[in-house]
Design a protein around this ligand. Structure first.
Ligand SMILES: Cc1cc2nc3c(=O)[nH]c(=O)nc-3n(C[C@H](O)[C@H](O)[C@H](O)COP(=O)(O)OP(=O)(O)OC[C@H]3O[C@@H](n4cnc5c(N)ncnc54)[C@H](O)[C@@H]3O)c2cc1C
Length: 395
């Protein structure tokens, strides 16, 4: 391959790799930058919904990804807020709405590892660990300099380089940030009892404390708390941190042992002011990020990827300039990105609000969902449950 490409994708996370593979499989010549030789593991996992899995199947990676994950056959909400009016424990089963699972939960590092391997063998795709340094764009195309000192050119540039996106900054796209007084502790856990493919979501005043099943009988922990407390927690000796986890988990799966790394991830809402600028487009967390409420992050990122891949392949097939596809992409995605970012913000803010009316409303709402099966099924099919978990209506 030379140094000119139809498209350069910056960022070797899940969004960038999916974009690069999808475009190359569709016949574009693609360069992917920032693809790690060994993926960074911060203990995080992603629950991927049916729509994401269907898209990943078109990239030929879904079965291998599932081998590292576990299906989410049920979700149990347990209130440990200590609120005066406590919400009842409520279990939502995928089978109640005719689904085998709400989705699959897969460690992030495995997603990147499997997709990097697929990217390296995809014809038309050239992969490099080198980072983007800077770029310019004009009516003729993109000229990009890598940190390794290489100059590359392309018709279009896609920024999938995460929340601190250099592509976003270089394209002059502003963004809005709302920091939350929260960080997530992430790691994987061994536990003696079988997780039975059930995600346990303990609701605390600081945010969720969640055990989500992954492969080999392990669960992934997402524990949201104040950032300074999270910093202190991750510095604890392993045994002391395990004790803290056990204390909150009410022995649901027996005493836990941490497997692999532990990380503290600060949480914020970030929304780019635009998804495109000239020949540049943003996907994934370069465009939007928010707390892991309702597992929206990567699922939303993969929707961006699916949309841009579809638009660019159509332009390529029609022999149209690739840059003409980008405004269509922006129109496809703008409303969804803004609406979901706002929705997650409202949910997260409500969860951490120490407010009696909200506690009463939540307790009453969950009591109805627990006790009235038709309403629970309706909620899972068409209501708030369907959109956070991306569940499709059964045929
Ligand atoms: C605790 C937690 C739990 C979550 N759970 C879920 C979940 O259940 N379901 C879900 O859908 N989402 C979840 N998310 C969100 C999900 O993890 C993210 O949306 C997703 O990982 C973001 O992927 P990305 O590829 O957009 O960005 P990133 O993973 O940040 O990738 C960006 C890549 O760009 C590279 N890069 C940066 N700068 C440059 C440069 N200059 N040149 C080249 N490369 C560069 C980086 O090295 C990195 O490889 C969760 C998030 C958190 C914090």
């Amino acid at each position: 391959m030379g140094t000119h490409f139809d498209c350069i994708v910056v960022g070797g996370g899940a969004a960038g790799l999916a974009t690069a593979i999808g475009l190359a499989r569709g016949g574009l010549s693609v360069k992917a930058l920032g693809v790690p030789d060994a993926p960074h593991d911060d203990g995080r996992s992603a629950a991927l919904f049916e729509s994401s899995l269907e898209f990943l199947a078109t990239l030929g990676v879904v079965e291998e990804l599932k081998a590292h994950g576990a299906p989410l056959r049920a979700i149990r909400l347990i209130d440990i807020t200590g609120a005066l009016v406590r919400a009842p424990t409520t279990t939502f089963k995928a089978s109640e709405i005719g689904q085998d699972a709400f989705g699959w939960n897969i460690p992030n590092a495995k997603i990147v590892e499997v997709m990097s391997a697929a990217a390296r063998t995809t014809p038309g795709l050239s992969v490099s660990a080198t980072f983007l340094d800077r770029f310019t764009q004009d009516e003729n195309g993109i000229t990009l300099m890598t940190k390794g000192g290489e100059t590359l050119t392309a018709d279009i540039l896609i920024g999938a380089d995460g929340q601190k996106s250099r592509v976003r900054e270089g394209a002059g796209i502003g963004h809005r940030v709302k920091p939350y007084p929260q960080a997530a502790i992430t790691c994987r856990l061994h536990h003696p009892k079988d997780h039975e493919d059930i995600s346990l979501e303990f609701h605390t005043r600081e945010g969720p404390f969640t055990f989500v099943p992954v492969a080999d009988g392990l669960s992934a922990l997402v524990w949201i708390m104040r950032p300074e407390k999270a910093e202190a927690m991750v510095k604890l000796p392993r045994a002391a941190l395990e004790d803290e986890i056990n204390r909150r988990a009410t022995n649901a799966l027996g005493p836990v042992k941490i497997d692999g790394p532990v990380a503290s991830v600060p949480l914020q809402k970030l929304v780019a002011n635009a998804l495109i600028a000239g020949r540049v487009a943003l996907v994934g967390e370069a465009a939007h990020a928010f707390p892991p409420i309702g597992a929206q992050g990567l699922n939303l990122g993969l929707k961006d990827v699916e949309a841009i891949v579809k638009r660019l392949i159509a332009a390529k097939k029609a022999g149209e300039p690739l840059a003409t596809a980008l405004p269509h992409y922006a129109r496809d995605r703008r409303i969804d990105v803004e609406a979901r970012s706002a929705g997650v913000d409202v949910l997260n803010s409500a969860l951490i609000a120490n407010s009696l009316p909200f506690d009463i409303a939540r307790a009453a709402g969950l009591a109805v969902l627990r006790d009235v099966a038709p309403i629970r099924r309706l909620a899972m099919r068409i209501g708030g449950w369907r959109s956070p978990f991306g569940i499709k209506k059964p045929a």
